[in-house]
Write a protein that binds this ligand. Structure first.
Ligand SMILES: NC(=O)c1ccc[n+]([C@@H]2O[C@H](COP(=O)([O-])OP(=O)(O)OC[C@H]3O[C@@H](n4cnc5c(N)ncnc54)[C@H](O)[C@@H]3O)[C@@H](O)[C@H]2O)c1
Ligand SMILES: O=C/C=C/C=C(\O)C(=O)O
Length: 486
């Protein structure tokens, strides 16, 4: 039986309690292996190993040496690409065609991008005039924050974990990662890569388990953790913020969304359909940036809806390794229950189901998996729960609008503020509308087009803080001002 162990101080270790839980593949609900569940002891060992490593060989490396090491981690992920791909697709059920273009390449790139940012980042200096005319020079000096707890979700496991581990290590910190209980595999495999590349023991640690009263809570409440970076649901973010309050630890939270797509009549309709298809359905709709509310200007509403339905009908459900498939199952049967609950609620709330809405018959071999139909609704009221709550599944509601002012108000009528996509060929309008959208990220005529130098994060209840490029430096380093009197 395959076992997923913790990775502590450079070695794989099981739980002393012997406690494990099952990891199942959502394609057919087959058992992948048993995951060790960390107790207080394992979490404590991991955090202490990370603390000690700050003072070991890792702490002695120059920035250039650290960067070289992290570049070799990126290269090694690429060398072991197929193993990462298989592990990721088995855990999540997502098509190889998607993970080989998004998850694994970004998993590697995340180790390079921040190294480059750091290597090119200037030191802040201010010359101060003083009454004695000699003045002073202020120098900004950055040091690692210390031990960073990284709590990551299941939807893009390697990508979202390395998105935090990359900059944390580039800045000289050490990490303890708690991957999602649904997707332990690629984070575990990364331990091997760290050892192969000669990253010193204790720099990268992994503990497995759940959230409350398990590894997640034990890690975030551990007093030797210096900062916590989290991606996941807003309600979990609140729990982590409470944990971080004790000892005034810094947090970076990337949380949920209920993102709008805005399609103006002056858009390139084919581009808007193609982009909205991706933003609503890629990764089975399990992308925090995904579009669940689509607003379409009335003159193109019928044509847009018709094209979307045609495209949804063409989505090809299938096993990850099926090269013709572009649509996999949800991550777990539990998550399917949640999404199906919203599918049923939509009908109760008066939606017209334009396409989908149910559980597909995938045949005997796959019917035990977490499959669900891609779904489009119309006709819901703006205050319906399906319009207001994050579903995190392959579904969207499409509604017509008449004026720019109206659609801005509709788009902003949410407690979330992560992302939006605007489709128009009128660039003045694009900028005018984008500036009024209450979100951390706005894409115009594109979606999920990422430049890792840019700020990434959410407004309102979608998060706190920004990571990416120089913005990550604020979180992953302590900035000291050294004032030198001349
Ligand atoms: N803003 C972003 O960048 C972004 C990116 C991806 C996903 N998400 C969000 O993530 C959610 C889906 O992921 P999920 O279901 O894995 O999220 P989740 O909040 O259920 O779990 C995320 C992680 O937190 C851990 N956790 C849960 N409770 C905890 C606690 N009390 N203390 C410490 N750790 C705890 C989990 O074990 C898991 O590792 C969606 O809401 C989605 O929008 C946001
Ligand atoms: O599901 C959410 C996707 C988040 C993406 C990133 O954090 C990224 O591209 O860096």
């Amino acid at each position: 039986m395959n076992e997923f162990k913790h990775f502590i101080n450079g070695a794989y270790v099981g739980s002393a309690s012997g406690k494990t839980f099952e990891n199942r593949c959502p394609v057919d609900n087959s058992l992948i292996g048993l995951v060790h569940e960390a107790g207080l002891d394992e979490v404590d060992q991991a955090v202490r190993a990370a603390k000690a490593a700050l003072k070991g060989p890792w702490g002695q490396l120059s920035q250039a040496q650290r960067i070289e090491l992290l570049n070799s981690v990126a290269e090694r992920i690429n060398q072991r690409f197929d193993e990462f791909l298989e592990a990721e697709c088995r855990d999540t059920g997502k098509p190889y065609s998607i993970a080989s273009h998004i998850d694994i390449p970004r998993g590697a790139a995340n180790f390079k991008a921040f190294s480059e940012t750091l290597a090119n980042h200037p030191t802040e200096a201010f010359r101060l005039d003083a009454p004695d005319h000699l003045g002073a020079i202020n120098l900004g000096h950055r040091t690692p924050k210390g031990v960073i707890a990284v709590i990551s979700p299941w939807n893009l496991p390697l990508l979202l974990m390395t998105w935090k581990v990359g900059p944390a290590l580039a800045c000289g910190n050490t990490v303890v990662v708690k991957p999602s209980e649904e997707t332990p595999a690629t984070t575990t495999l990364l331990g091997e890569v760290m050892n192969e590349c000669g990253v010193p023991p204790g720099v990268f640690n992994v503990v497995h388990g759940f959230g409350p009263n398990s590894a997640g809570e034990f890690l975030t409440t551990h007093p030797l953790i210096d900062a916590i970076t989290f991606t996941g649901e807003t309600r979990t973010g609140e729990a982590i913020m409470k944990a971080a309050a004790v000892g005034l630890r810094n947090i970076s939270l990337e949380c949920g969304g209920k993102n709008p797509g805005i399609v103006f009549a002056d858009c390139d309709l084919e581009k808007a359909v193609e982009g909205t298809m991706r933003s609503a359905f890629v990764n089975c709709g399990q992308v925090c940036l995904g579009t669940e509310r689509v607003y379409v200007e009335r003159p193109v509403y019928d044509a847009f809806l018709k094209r979307m339905k045609e495209q949804v009908a063409k989505l090809k459900l299938g096993r990850p390794e099926d090269t013709a498939a572009n649509f996999g199952p949800l991550v777990s049967l539990e998550h399917r229950n949640k999404v199906k609950y919203y599918y049923d609620l939509a009908v109760e709330e008066g939606a017209t189901v334009e396409i989908g809405g149910g559980i597909p018959d995938m045949g005997e071999a796959l019917n035990g998996g977490a499959w669900i139909e891609p779904t489009i609704w119309t006709g819901l009221a703006d205050d319906a729960r399906v319009i207001r709550e994050e579903i995190f599944g392959p579904c969207c509601h499409i509604r017509p609008f008449d004026t720019e002012e109206e659609v801005i108000q509709l788009a902003n009528d949410t407690e979330y503020g992560l992302a939006a996509a605007i489709w128009t060929e009128n660039s003045s309008r694009a900028i005018r509308v984008a500036e009024q959208i209450e979100a951390g990220l706005v894409w115009v005529n594109s979606w999920f087009l990422r430049d890792l130098r840019t700020a990434f994060g959410g407004a309102k209840q979608s998060g706190i803080g920004r990571e990416g490029g120089v913005h990550g430096l604020e979180f992953y380093t302590e900035l000291k001002n050294i004032c030198i009197k001349l």
